[in-house]
Design a binder for this molecule. Structure first.
Ligand code: NAD
Ligand code: ZN
Length: 347
């Protein structure tokens, strides 16, 4: 199955100052009002100018949330729904997600469910959001499981103004870098090769081409399998353990990217244990450590606790855990692991 409705993804600098250029031509005519959502940090840098740009053609409301993963919760969701009601949004309105993956997921889920679904525009502001803003997955966390409540809801457009990355702290760069690495491992050898030539400082100046390659991996996979019936599951490479690490640490304690690189190394290890010839986990870990990623979460995890958390994963079938491993470089496959196997591997 291919995508339910096509939308454009534009990547460039200063796009935030003329958003209508990157939206469907009839957008201003078909809409009656907009609600821009942002967290405090992003709002302090960019909300005013983005608001002014949209206000040229439509009435604009704004709502600012605290920064951090904690707002991807029932209470955060309720708060934003109240903001929609207060702003008088209806089926002809649109929600603009100005922010990283947290705002994107939360705003997206609100747009998916408010009045059974209204229009959504993604304006990613983090490196990680080059991934999260594409593909239509939206949602919030349950105390018992990451992204456990959600919906598929495709945006009307993705407007990625990479000029906004100038203010992104280094720690957040490393978060997004984790997803680029993932894309390299599962589908793009050239991308991975180029990432391998980078060093800590150069992460801050990732080229537009590399970013475009990473976006292309995501876009192509999602285009082929929007509802995750098949190959989209490959994007969960490293994420089964990552989500369990995040959930057991408590949301906001571990960054998503840090959890992901830990999960990737573990997935490489599981692949090796199953007899596949993918990249060597020890070698990859050494490489990833040079960027400053900590592997303490992997070393300190409690197998029984992790297993329990992984069992709540949405992708599981019939009690067994579905795990993405590499059969070879850029050859992701899904294997089903039982409890015994996983406990042994984690030990
Ligand atoms: P985030 O949205 O919390 O942003 C990280 C931090 O950077 C925040 O403190 C934010 O205020 C700040 N920030 C954002 N943009 C900035 C800018 N331009 N300048 C300065 N500071 C800025 O986190 P994230 O890493 O972007 O996203 C993580 C979330 O994305 C997780 O909840 C994860 O589950 C989700 N995710 C979703 C998908 C998906 O397909 N929907 C995919 C991957 C990850
Ligand atoms: Zn991720």
């Amino acid at each position: 199955a291919s995508s339910s409705h096509p939308y454009t993804i534009t990547v460039g600098k200063q796009l935030r100052l003329s958003p209508y250029k990157y939206l469907p031509d009839d957008f201003p005519r078909k809409k009656n009002r907009l609600l821009i959502l942002a967290d405090e940090t992003v709002a302090s840098y960019y909300l005013e100018e983005v608001c002014a740009a949209y206000a040229e053609k439509l009435p604009v409301h704004t709502y600012v949330l605290p920064a951090g993963e904690e707002i991807k919760s029932f209470s955060g969701y309720e708060e934003v729904l109240n903001a929609c009601v207060q702003a008088g949004l209806d089926r002809k309105s649109a929600v603009i997600a100005l922010g990283g993956g947290v705002i994107g997921d939360l705003a997206g889920f609100v747009a998916a469910t408010y009045m059974r679904g209204i229009s959504l525009v993604q304006m990613p502001t983090t490196l990680l959001a080059h991934d999260s803003s594409i593909g239509g997955k939206t949602g919030i966390n349950h105390p018992e499981g990451k992204n456990m409540i959600g919906a598929f809801h495709q945006p009307e457009a993705v407007i990625y103004d990479i000029g906004m990355l100038d203010t992104l702290p280094e720690k957040e760069w490393l978060c997004g870098f984790g997803e680029m690495i993932k894309h390299g491992y599962i589908a793009d050898q050239q991308l991975l090769g180029q990432l391998k030539r980078m060093h800590k400082g150069s992460v801050l100046s990732i080229s537009d081409e590399l970013l475009a390659s990473s976006i292309a991996v995501k876009k192509d996979i999602v285009h082929e399998d929007e509802q995750e019936q098949g190959i989209r599951a490959h994007l969960n490479f490293g994420h089964t353990l990552a989500h369990a690490l995040e959930q057991t640490a408590g949301y906001g304690v571990l960054t998503h990217g840090e959890a992901v690189v830990n999960g990737i190394v573990f997935a490489l290890y599981v692949g090796r244990r199953l007899g596949y010839v993918g990249p060597d986990p020890a070698e990859e870990q050494r490489w990833l450590q040079t960027f400053g990623y900590s592997f303490a979460p992997l070393q300190q995890m409690e197998p029984a606790k992790m297993l329990q958390a992984m069992k709540r994963d949405k992708k599981n079938r019939g009690g067994n855990i579905r795990y993405v491993v590499l059969a070879d470089a850029q050859q992701p496959i899904i294997v089903t692991l039982d409890d015994e196997q996983l406990l042994t591997y984690m030990d």
